[in-house]
Design a protein around this ligand. Structure first.
Ligand code: GCW
Length: 679
């Protein structure tokens, strides 16, 4: 059935015309006996995919190469590839080349990499070419990832729940592991490798000490054995106080020699059990998690202690910069920069600072985080949230590609114009070779993996942007649609229009014009701008919108928190000026009177109401557009999406009506003429 299980790896039988068109290029697969596991996985993926699409077995062969053979491998494992002396040098460790070649009157396609991993990525790309019905005549494609560590961060707990997960419980069947290894782990690894993911953090950053007990490490090792078939390294989130909490040391002070020795011994055991271990992800001295600050030590001292422990094995430490505390209640948006900027240059060389895309917390729209560009002497990675904690959970259709593209293309101006966030992430701006990108997973044990069909697009887009942070979110959406639903051009263009408008729709009906953090407490589902009684000031929506009888917004200019001073002068000058700043960020940076006039000529109050109405109208439009696509999509998936879109319209109205009712109780302004009245 069309339940979404296959994700974008759908190798459905092609029509006869397509089979005939492809058959001269696709006859058999040339492999080598010296392949190790990664290239063997690649060969069986290719056989499975091509056989499925061609409707007949495309066998793996060792000899001979003839017209229509597909030769796969590396120069070391495949003598055919070695003899062709292909231009592989520039591909690096993970790149691939797909090329049609002719030799000795034989014409065939090669899929080659310098490493088996590169070969695997090439095979997945080749399958996509066929899935998208691209021509193979004179095919010549090469690609190399621009970011070294492309990670999925699972927020999966050891009790089976997933923090901010909306696709069921964890995929990891902890009770049965390590003895029973579900075939689903293989399908998961295939999907991840198919978009270039090469690292999985298996557990929540709010980590439990138990994950480092031998019993749990052996469970993770069983998962890791599957991941490594697909070139994926395994990482763990660790709780900073683990040795102390397990009662194996008297403190967790990072400068204590027993603590240092404990971590070194633990790391050695981990690498013995999990040979492809990649390192640690750490949330420390943040949101109540223990950390070096508990011992009067800095983030750098804490991170470096762990970095020293993993360094002999080539491991890394990804240290999160998501910190805010009650000590400085003035503006939460400033705190990470304030705390970390002073530490630039103090981190060990295998530490990566992992920074959320924006300075607050995965809101529908945030300006880029000032730590991008602010830490020139430290490798800095970006963390985005694929799971939609703040954008409608499982059901709302919100394609996040444009949101990530918006932050990646933002210009920090740190080294003059062109100093984009993507150039910080790919290491080119400050010449860092250790580069990384992290996405908080939206995967669970739901049959469709992500809680809805369109959420699969976010997982796919994340992988594609991790491989190439310069890619266009629209073309990624189009590829995903071709792979997932239909290659029909009118379907692809209309469905891509829906996707491309979806995030802006959500931003409008939840938090228009730069408003942020208006959601209900705890679960974060639905509106709660009226909440103002929580123990920590910066958990209250009122802290962020500051609405009163005069106006609304957060003044982050010089007259307010001056958060804009954390950006380069060119950037802060733009944010500071109400006449210049992009109005989609207006109330992020400014507190303005309800009567303030926007560029449209309308008052701020009328514009807020208008934006909420626009959001609802967009949700309706998306649903109407989907109705026109009925003929292209199987009934099962069509109706699933249709049902989700109905929920989205209803909840868009809920957001609009609740927020406007509340803000109106503060502003005492009438609804503008023509506004869609609340229901
Ligand atoms: O957005 C917040 C979430 C928390 C999460 C935290 C973080 C893992 O509400 O659930 O905790 O961010 O990123 O650490």
């Amino acid at each position: 059935s069309e339940d979404g299980y296959d994700l974008w790896l759908r190798y459905r039988l092609m029509d006869t015309d397509s089979i005939n068109r492809y058959s001269p290029y696709i006859r058999d697969i040339h492999i080598s006996l010296s392949f190790t596991f990664v290239m063997r996985a690649a060969a069986s993926e290719l056989q499975r995919g091509l056989s499925g699409m061609m409707g007949s077995d495309i066998p793996q062969i060792q000899e001979p190469v003839s017209n229509g053979t597909i030769v796969i491998g590396t120069p070391t494992t495949s003598s055919v590839i070695r003899q062709l002396s292909l231009p592989l040098d520039s591909l690096g460790n993970e790149g691939y080349l797909i090329r049609q070649v002719s030799a000795d009157d034989i014409t065939f396609i090669v899929i080659a990499g310098n490493t088996e991993q590169g070969g695997l990525y090439g095979v997945f790309q080749f399958l996509k070419e066929v899935q998208m019905r691209k021509s193979l005549e004179n095919v010549n494609i090469s690609s190399t990832p621009k970011v070294k560590l492309r990670l999925l961060n699972h927020w999966d707990n050891l009790d089976g729940t997933v923090e901010r997960g909306y696709a069921g419980n964890t995929l990891w069947d902890w009770w049965k592991l390590p003895d029973i290894v579900s075939p689903r782990y293989t399908d998961y690894s295939r999907a991840m490798a198919s978009v270039g993911i090469n690292g999985i953090v298996v557990n929540n950053v709010n980590a439990k000490p138990d994950i480092l007990k031998a019993m749990w490490i052996s469970k993770v090792a069983a998962l890791s054995d599957v991941f490594r078939q697909y070139g994926i390294q395994t990482y763990l989130s660790v709780r900073f106080s683990t040795p102390y909490e397990l009662k194996e040391t008297k403190t967790a002070d990072p400068l204590d020699s027993d603590v240092i020795a404990w971590w070194s011994a633990k790391v050695q055991k981990i690498y013995t059990t999990i040979p492809n271990f990649g390192g640690f992800l750490v949330k420390a001295s943040s949101e109540g998690q223990p950390g070096p600050a508990d011992y009067g030590r800095s983030h750098a001292e804490g991170a470096n202690m762990l970095a020293n422990a993993v360094r002999p094995y080539g491991g890394v430490v990804m240290w999160r910069a998501f910190v805010y505390s009650q000590d400085d209640p003035e503006d939460r948006a400033k705190q990470a920069y304030t705390e970390f900027k002073a530490l630039d240059g103090q981190f060990a060389e295998n530490v990566i600072l992992q920074v959320k895309n924006g300075p607050i917390d995965f809101q529908p729209r945030e300006p880029f985080h000032p730590l991008f560009g602010g830490m020139p002497n430290t490798p800095v990675s970006i963390e985005v949230q694929i799971t939609k904690e703040y954008l409608g959970f499982a059901t709302h259709l919100a394609y996040l590609g444009p949101m990530w593209e918006e932050v990646l293309t933002s210009d920090t101006f740190i080294k003059g114009s062109g100093s984009t966030v993507s150039r910080v992430i790919d290491g080119s701006l400050f010449q860092h070779s250790l580069t990384a990108i992290a996405g908080v997973s939206n995967v669970g044990n739901d049959r469709d993996w992500t809680g809805s069909h369109f959420n699969q697009a976010n997982l796919y887009a994340y992988g594609r942007l991790a491989w190439d942070p310069y890619a266009s979110s629209r073309s990624i959406a189009e590829d995903w649609l071709r792979l997932t639903f239909s290659t029909d051009t009118s379907f692809v263009s209309k469905a891509a229009d829906i996707m491309m408008m979806s995030r802006e729709a959500v931003a409008n009906y939840m938090t228009p014009l730069g408003l942020h953090h208006l959601m209900a407490t705890g679960h974060h589902y639905g509106p709660g701008p009226w909440v103002d009684n929580l123990s920590r000031p910066e958990w209250n929506p009122a802290y962020y919108h500051n609405a009163d009888g005069n106006g609304i917004g957060f003044d982050r200019t010089q007259t307010g928190s001056n958060a804009i001073s954390q950006y380069a002068p060119e950037v802060s000058a733009v944010f500071a000026d109400v006449n210049v700043v992009d109005e989609r960020y207006l109330l992020w940076f400014h507190h303005l009177s309800w009567d303030y006039t926007l560029k449209s000529g309308n008052s701020l109050w009328d514009s807020i109401v208008q934006a909420y109405d626009d959001g609802v109208a967009s949700a309706k439009e998306m649903s109407d557009m989907w109705q026109t696509l009925l003929i292209y999509v199987d009934p099962e998936r069509f109706q699933n999406v249709e049902a989700d879109l109905r929920i989205q319209i209803r909840e868009a109205k809920w957001w609009r009506d609740a927020c406007i009712a509340y803000f109106q109780s503060v502003s005492n302004k009438p609804l503008p003429a023509g506004a869609d009245p609340p229901e």
